[in-house]
Design a protein. Structure first.
Length: 526
């Protein structure tokens, strides 16, 4: 199977010389094993246990600093926001706020649920918890990369225990996304934060359906249901996230009944094996774009002709079709086509190596240059990266990889301490991507603008779009923002991603949202 794949790759990339490491294919388990797979946990309805593969080193579960999707899945189930997202549609739904109102998108009043209980015996959730959370995230001492998402807040007040009134500096029609159950919107408890001290990353306390029971950074993370959750106790009592970094090993573990669910199966051969064996292939398609981040403080990458040459030099569509046809497709925009404000009028960069060479010559690099990309050692140098490396070599660019552990990788990206790096952009709110990654106030360190991009014309249009009450006018402004961004190219779109969470057939309710998260409150065994 692997050799046929490489023959296909060789044909598609027009005789590029690719040196690939051979891989052994996991043998398929009998279909009956998948159909009758037993629960990995206890046997009674009151003590159900779900075992889930967790694919990397846990990096902490403080919403103010949480990073990477695997950790965000834990945090999403521990904490709540004023609002949340419908897992299937992505629509805003009430969470800790029962209702809200605004007449001008500038002043927002939220009515909070009464009787919501904190995990760990910390009492009832009230408006003071919201004020504390937002102020903590804004505080520079917290060093939250999401602080700038709250920078538009002018004032916050709590008229009573169940009301929050927020006045913004500028109107923001997307503000309900800012206070949702994601990053800066996830509400924490002051007393729990102070009690955790320096261990705050691994002692999260929220109001969500599950509470953290224990963490062993080398083996597993255990969540137990919150019996006082405002919607009622979750069907499954305990979630055990077993750390299995190697995907082939996790495939075998699912086949052997050692786990019930694989969080993110990300290799075609493993998907094929589990599909043939009859496992349930829970998935969401076209949920997020991957980008190449160009550090524009680098003297080579500061030249827009170099950035555009890099875009012309690689055929990402061909790579996706050859290596990961179930998991990826080439993409040409910073936003996805299902998002509000998406425009297909942006500049495109079809594969054109001659154009790439021309631009490099104009920029003063007729013989190319050396470029480094920082990656996590857990991901390693994939087939996809090797093919991209070969494409770039054809136009004279030598791509070298710097591999570091996940915590270091997160810090490097947050600090902007790289020449190039990868980014996946899961989001429901288009403004979260455009404002977080393009506005100069969000430059790293301290924000997600790792390119350190700053275009005053784009900034003016972006701020106008956020403030615009009229939806059609806002959409037009977002279109203009996208056109400028894809011309300047501080971020180069590479792939649109699909996500698979294979499971036993007796596991139901796994719905992967557009942030690649699963609400385990809705998961149960048949």
């Amino acid at each position: 199977m692997q050799s046929r794949k490489w023959h296909f790759i060789m044909a598609i990339i027009f005789m590029l010389v690719v040196s690939a490491c051979s891989k052994s294919e996991t043998p398929a388990a009998p279909a009956t094993g998948a159909a009758t797979g037993t629960t990995a946990g206890a046997a009674t309805n009151d003590h159900k246990v779900l075992k889930v593969r967790f694919y990397d080193d846990p990096a902490g579960f403080d919403p103010a600093t949480v990073f990477r999707i695997e950790n965000e899945n834990i945090v999403f189930n521990i904490f709540s926001g004023l609002t949340s997202y419908d897992s299937k549609t992505g629509a805003i739904t009430p969470d800790l706020a029962e209702s809200w109102e605004t007449s001008d998108n500038k002043t927002w009043t939220f009515k909070l649920r009464k009787g919501v209980q904190w995990q760990g015996g910390y009492g009832e959730f009230t408006s003071k918890d919201v004020l504390y959370t937002y102020n903590r995230n804004i505080d520079k001492a917290t060093a939250s990369p999401y602080a700038t998402d709250l920078a538009n807040i002018a004032t916050m007040e709590a008229p009573d225990a169940y009301t929050i009134k927020v006045t913004l500096k500028q109107p923001d029609g997307n503000f309900l996304h800012v206070v949702a159950n994601y990053h800066q919107g996830q509400i924490v408890k002051k007393e729990a934060i102070e009690a955790a001290g320096t261990q705050v990353k691994f002692k999260p306390v929220g109001t969500g359906p599950y509470a953290l029971e224990s963490v062993d950074v080398n083996s597993e993370i255990v969540l137990v249901r919150h019996p006082q959750y405002y919607k009622g106790p979750a069907p499954i009592e305990k979630l055990i996230f077993s750390i299995i970094k190697d995907e082939a090993t996790s495939t075998i573990a699912l086949q052997n009944g050692e786990i019930d669910v694989i969080m993110r199966a990300n290799k075609e051969e493993n998907l094929d094996t589990l599909t043939k064996a009859g496992f349930k292939m829970n998935n969401v398609k076209n949920y997020a774009n991957s980008l190449r981040v160009f550090n524009m403080t680098n003297p080579i990458l500061a030249d827009v002709r170099v950035r555009q040459a890099l875009a012309y030099a690689v055929d990402f569509g061909a790579i996706a079709k050859a290596v990961n046809p179930q998991l990826q497709a080439g993409t040409s925009s910073i936003l996805l086509d299902w998002m509000d404000g998406y425009s297909d009028k942006v500049p495109k960069y079809p594969y054109n190596p001659e154009k790439a060479k021309q631009l490099l010559t104009e920029a003063g690099y007729p013989n190319g240059f050396k470029m480094t990309q920082t990656n996590t050692s857990a991901t390693g140098i994939t087939d996809t990266l090797q093919l991209e490396q070969e494409y770039l070599k054809k136009v004279g660019i030598t791509l070298e990889f710097i591999l570091v552990d996940t915590p270091t990788y997160n810090k490097v990206r947050n600090d902007g301490d790289f020449m190039t790096a990868g980014r996946l952009l899961p989001a429901v709110n288009p403004d979260m991507i455009l404002f977080s990654y393009l506005h100069p106030s969000n430059k790293s360190p301290g924000g997600l603008n790792g390119a350190r991009y700053d275009n005053p014309v784009l900034t003016e249009k972006l701020e106008a779009a956020r403030a615009e009450v009229d939806k059609e006018k806002r959409k037009k402004l977002y279109e203009e923002v996208q056109i400028i961004a894809m011309t300047d190219l501080p971020y180069m779109p590479t792939f649109a991603s699909n996500v698979y969470w294979p499971s036993k057939t007796n596991v139901e309710g796994i719905v992967i949202n557009k942030l690649a998260q699963v609400d385990f409150y809705g998961v149960d065994f048949k």
